[in-house]
Structures are given as structure tokens and as C-alpha cells.
Design a protein around this ligand. Structure first.
Ligand code: BJW
Ligand code: ZN
Length: 278
């Protein structure tokens, strides 16, 4: 039915009905918030795993979902070694565009809330699949970047890392001064091994932690997706924050269907009111 044809009373009826439907959900979320506050209060160690969803409210596109990057671009043509070898120019054009996108955004309240959350724990590790550097920009410490960093470059052949700013021209890709290999972005593509030291540390922290948060990730890309499962198997309390359910939701002790930029600041606010960091 077109908007103009609507019965004018329809909205008045719809509103109280939707409110009635909303209250049990709000109450449920509130109870869950208090239980998560208690979990934070009672646990001394915490691992947080973040994915693209935490940066969505900053304006960084996610990978999956209707608006995600993989809806417009094919991962096998852009995020694999084979793609880079067969068409380095296209791959560099894509990464130049993404560098520009993340260069223009700022951390959002979810990133800042995670920076604040670390104060409630003796041991706090922030494991991120994101390459955008927004957790560091927000002031978080002890960050493990599982999939690299979009601003860094490395040599395709000898793996030498170049941390300095390099403006890459996709038509004239620079060569490594050590071996002559092509320079590529220092991110982890499909089929590539993650940095052993980083992923091993992420697993050992997940095995020992008392509390684990999985935030803004579709929880399907391994080995990152194995971290919350490992933590849960070792007895950690598992909290998932994501507006959409994922394969992890059924396993989580608390599945919070909310945006991280809305729920996390509420959680930190509640913690500050009820149990300031010791
Ligand atoms: C919000 C929100 C808001 C929205 N608030 N939430 C075991 C089983 C099956 C397959 C494999 C396996 N082990 C390894 C594999 C193969 C493969 C893999 O996992 N494939 C799966 C897809 C099945 N893994 C690999 O290849 C990895 N390497 C590896 O394992 O090496 C060993 C090996 C080699 C060869 C064979 C076998 C083993 C490497 C994975 C590298 C992933 N690389 C990318 C690109 C990085 C560089 C770049 O950025 O360009 O990493 S792909 C992409 O996916 C990116 C992400 O980090 C990663 C995860 O995505 P993420 O963060 O979860 O984002 P989305 O978009 O999927 O989800 C966003 C979520 O946010 C959604 O749920 C929304 O609802 C939510 N959201 N708004 C909170 N406001
Ligand atoms: Zn080299």
C-alpha cells in the first residue's frame, strides 16, 4: 500500500503495539547488561575479539552482508596471493581506495569504550581482525592485529616489512631494495598463514582467559573464529555483541543483539556507576 493511502489511525495503533512488544526486549537487555557487568566485576582476565562490525559505525564498510565489500568485489580477485601475482595493479588500486576510506574516518564510541574497558582487568588483550588501526587510534593497548595493518607494506618475496609511509602508484609498483620483489600491502589474504607469534599469543590468551567478548565479527573466518570457541571450551564466559546472529551465537553465554557503538558505551557507563575500576 502506498504511503498516502494509509489509514491515518494505523500509526496510532501501531505505536503502542510496537511499544508493548519492545518492553520485554528492553527488560531482557537490561537484565543481560547487569549480568555482563557482574561478569566483568568477577573476572580478572579478558580477551576481546573484534571484526569489521566494530568499525562500521565509523564508516568503514564490512566484508559480508548486503552492504559488505564482498557483495561488490570478489575476494578471490583481490584478497589472495594468486590475485596479486596475476594483477597487482588492480589489487593495489583496491588497497589505495581502502587506505583512503580508513584514512578519513575516526574511532567511534565502541572503540573508545573498549579502551576504557581494559581498566577493569589485570590482564586484557584486544585481538582484532581489522586492518584499519582504529583501536590504536582510540588509545587501546595490548592489541594483536591478526590480519595485519593496511598502512604497512611488505615484500612479496623476502617478507621484509616497510613501516614508513609509502605512496604506492599502482601503475608503477615499487620493488624491494633488498631483493627486487614487488611491494604488497602487509595484510593477510585467504590461504595465507597468520603471523605465528601473533596467532599463538591470541590462542594462549584465549585458553587462559576468564571472559571473552566477540564483537562485530561474522565469526566464520578461521583461525580467528576458533578463538572464542577455544576460550569457551576452557571455561571462559563468552559474550557476543552483534546485531545479527552468527555461528557463535548459540554457544555464547550472552548474545547481545545490538550495535557495538551503542552497547559498549552503555556497559562502560554502568560499570563506572556500579563498580569503578580498582
Ligand atoms: C556489527 C555492526 C555494528 C555490522 N556493531 N556488529 C577452517 C575451516 C574452513 C576454512 C578454513 C579453516 N581454516 C582456514 C580456512 C580458510 C580461510 C577461511 O577461514 N575461510 C572461511 C571464509 C571459510 N582462512 C584463511 O585462509 C586464513 N589463513 C589460514 O588459515 O592459513 C592457514 C591455511 C592456509 C591454507 C589452507 C588452510 C589453512 C586467512 C584468513 C585471512 C582473511 N583475510 C581478510 C582480508 C584481510 C585483508 C584486508 O582487509 O584486505 O580478513 S578476509 C576478511 O574476513 C578480513 C576480515 O578480517 C575477515 C573477517 O571478517 P569480519 O571481520 O568478521 O567481517 P564480516 O564482514 O564478515 O562481519 C561483520 C560483522 O559485523 C557482521 O556479523 C555484522 O552483523 C556485524 N556488524 N555492524 C556490531 N554496528
Ligand atoms: Zn624483498
Amino acid at each position: 500500500m502506498a504511503c498516502q493511502e494509509r489509514d491515518p489511525t494505523e500509526r496510532r495503533i501501531a505505536k503502542p503495539v510496537s511499544l508493548v512488544a519492545f518492553w520485554p526486549v528492553a527488560l531482557y537487555l537490561l537484565c543481560m547488561l547487569d549480568e555482563i557487568v557482574n561478569a566483568v566485576r568477577n573476572c580478572r582476565s579478558c580477551v576481546v575479539l573484534t571484526g569489521a562490525g566494530i568499525s562500521a559505525e565509523s564508516g568503514v564498510p564490512t566484508f559480508r552482508g548486503s552492504e559488505g565489500l564482498w557483495g561488490k568485489f570478489k575476494p578471490e580477485e583481490l584478497a589472495t596471493m594468486a590475485a596479486f601475482i596475476s594483477n597487482p595493479k588492480i589489487v593495489w588500486e583496491w588497497y589505495k581506495w581502502r587506505r583512503q576510506v580508513v584514512g578519513e574516518v575516526k574511532p567511534n564510541p565502541g572503540h573508545y569504550a573498549l579502551r576504557d574497558l581494559q581498566q577493569w582487568f589485570d590482564q586484557f588483550t584486544l585481538v582484532t581482525q581489522n586492518v584499519d588501526g582504529l583501536h590504536r587510534a582510540a588509545g587501546s593497548e595490548n592489541i594483536l592485529e591478526l590480519h595485519g595493518n593496511i598502512y604497512r607494506n611488505k615484500c612479496l618475496d623476502c617478507n621484509h616489512q616497510f613501516s614508513e609511509d609509502m605512496d604506492i602508484d599502482p601503475d608503477n609498483i615499487p620493488s624491494c631494495p633488498h631483493c627486487g620483489g614487488k611491494i604488497r600491502p602487509d595484510v593477510v589474504w585467504f590461504g595465507e598463514m597468520l603471523d605465528a607469534q601473533i596467532i599463538n599469543k591470541a590462542f594462549s590468551e584465549s585458553e587462559q582467559t576468564e571472559l571473552f567478548f566477540s564483537i562485530g565479527t561474522s565469526a566464520i573466518v578461521h583461525p580467528a573464529a576458533s578463538l572464542p570457541i577455544t576460550a569457551k571450551r576452557r571455561g571462559a564466559t563468552l559474550v557476543e555483541i552483534n546485531p545479527e546472529m552468527t555461528p557463535l551465537s548459540g554457544l555464547a553465554d550472552y548474545y547481545v543483539s545490538a550495535k557495538s557503538g551503542e552497547f559498549l558505551p552503555t556497559l562502560v557507563e554502568r560499570l563506572k556507576q556500579t563498580s569503578p575500576p580498582g
